[in-house]
Ligand binder design. Structure first.
Ligand SMILES: [Zn+2]
Length: 196
């Protein structure tokens, strides 16, 4: 049986279609402003971030995860960035971290405690650990937002598959006001033309 949230969504959806409310969102899959944004899944940013950055439907690719981080050079966030660049002509990457992030000083031991409470066997955690997966370490976010942002920026900038004319910017957004603080301006990649 459908839970009421799902049921409400499906009911709403029928009206949405009937009233052709999708019409105002019609665009192409090609990001018009040739940009990709990496940001946190924080619920306060769902509408605030695009509006504070003047991004509307069709303008940008938006990649979201817990923390708005690029953790691994060959993980899914980096793959999405590279697909945006090579398949969708993107030439600017905006990594937008935010203040008061839930991934900052995340209590990973506490999360494991909650997993066990919800029925995950302690043994499972142990087995994972013995097969080289330290769940606590894997869940860990960061202790300093600026440091974490710079780490994400350097993973992208130093990526062996990143073409040279792609700017990687780093910003921190305030989840209450939408104020943006510029941490790293990557525009320099567009400035220099090599002398032959
Ligand atoms: Zn966050």
């Amino acid at each position: 049986m459908l839970n009421s949230n799902l049921k409400n969504i499906l009911n709403f959806n029928q009206d949405f279609l009937k009233n052709k409310e999708y019409k105002k969102f019609v665009t192409t899959k090609q990001p018009e402003r040739k940009m990709v944004i990496v940001s946190c899944m924080d619920t306060r940013l769902t509408e605030l971030l695009p509006q504070a950055m003047s991004i509307k439907n069709g303008d940008a690719k938006i990649i979201k995860n817990a923390g708005g981080v690029i953790v691994h050079p060959f993980g899914s966030a980096m793959r999405s960035i590279l697909v945006s660049i090579y398949e969708f002509d993107v030439n600017e990457v905006y990594i937008v971290a935010h203040k008061e992030c839930g991934m900052c000083n995340l209590d990973t031991a506490d999360i494991i405690g909650k997993m066990i409470k919800k029925g995950i066997a302690k043994e499972t955690i142990k087995i994972l650990r013995s097969s080289g997966i330290d769940v606590e370490k894997w869940l860990h976010g960061f202790s300093c937002v600026e440091e974490s942002l710079k780490k994400s920026i350097s993973i992208v900038r130093e990526h062996p598959l990143l073409p040279s004319k792609v700017a990687v910017h780093g910003l921190i957004i305030d989840p209450k006001t939408g104020e943006l603080e510029l941490v790293e301006d990557g525009s320099y990649v567009f400035e220099t033309e090599e002398i032959k």
